[in-house]
Design a protein around this ligand. Structure first.
Ligand code: 3PG
Length: 213
């Protein structure tokens, strides 16, 4: 795997973040994730100002890996890259995004769940695909079934991952890392409950370390 994918796999869990108030929350959240042992974030474009959040997080914790999620348009790819994003994630597979990311030389994790989508991603030579929404699309059983015809891909499942099923996912060798929002709940961000976020990150990191040694 390339250096970025290795680094993300080593961390094991990618917090999926939606920030309604990046000026207030991006810096303390970046610090909390790093303190909790998960120095990586997928900042979703579901909230306006995601690019601002990416910029602030990178300024606050320069060693943290910060990418953009729920990217739907080429314009958002450009905004994310301008803000310092190190990877792009989309919920589905998009030729427009694949080509834009290639042009800008930014790693892209397209979302897939079906054989057709895996096959669409194949010519691009990706090492890791996002599997979204994971639990709702068949979970680990489907991911394993898909890896039979497509052993060249490692998978980053997102959607329905929590402390309850994290260990099971991470134990599967096909899994590169798991994405999730369970450790960065909207109410905890809103109330500035950074201690709770740090604690949930630490619990996640303990599972990663236990499973992966
Ligand atoms: C995503 O955007 O990847 C998902 O919404 C995260 O899913 P979760 O909220 O179930 O973790």
């Amino acid at each position: 795997m390339n250096a970025l994918n290795e680094a993300i796999s080593k961390i094991g869990v990618v917090p999926v973040i939606k920030l309604n108030n990046p000026e207030r929350d991006a810096a303390p959240l970046a610090k909390a994730l790093c303190e909790g042992g998960l120095p990586v974030a997928e900042v979703t474009f579901r909230a306006a100002g995601a690019d601002k959040a990416i910029r602030i997080m990178k300024e606050t914790c320069p060693d943290m890996i910060v990418g953009a999620g729920t990217v739907l348009t080429a314009e958002q790819v450009h905004a994310a890259v301008d803000a310092g994003a190190q990877f792009i994630v989309s919920p589905g597979f998009s030729y427009v995004l694949a080509d834009t990311c290639k042009e800008l030389n930014i790693p892209y994790f397209p979302g897939v769940t079906t054989p057709t989508e895996y096959q669409m991603a194949l010519p691009y030579g990706y090492e890791v695909l996002k599997f979204f929404p994971a639990e709702q699309s068949g979970g680990l059983a489907k991911i394993k079934a898909m890896s039979a015809p497509f052993p060249m891909f490692k998978i980053m499942p997102t959607g329905g991952i929590s402390l309850k099923n994290l260990e099971e996912y991470l134990s599967c060798p096909v899994i590169a890392a798991c994405g999730g929002s369970y450790m960065v709940k909207a109410e905890d961000i809103e109330s500035g409950n950074w201690e709770k976020i740090i604690d949930l990150c630490k619990q996640s990191r303990e599972i990663v370390d236990r499973v992966r040694g």
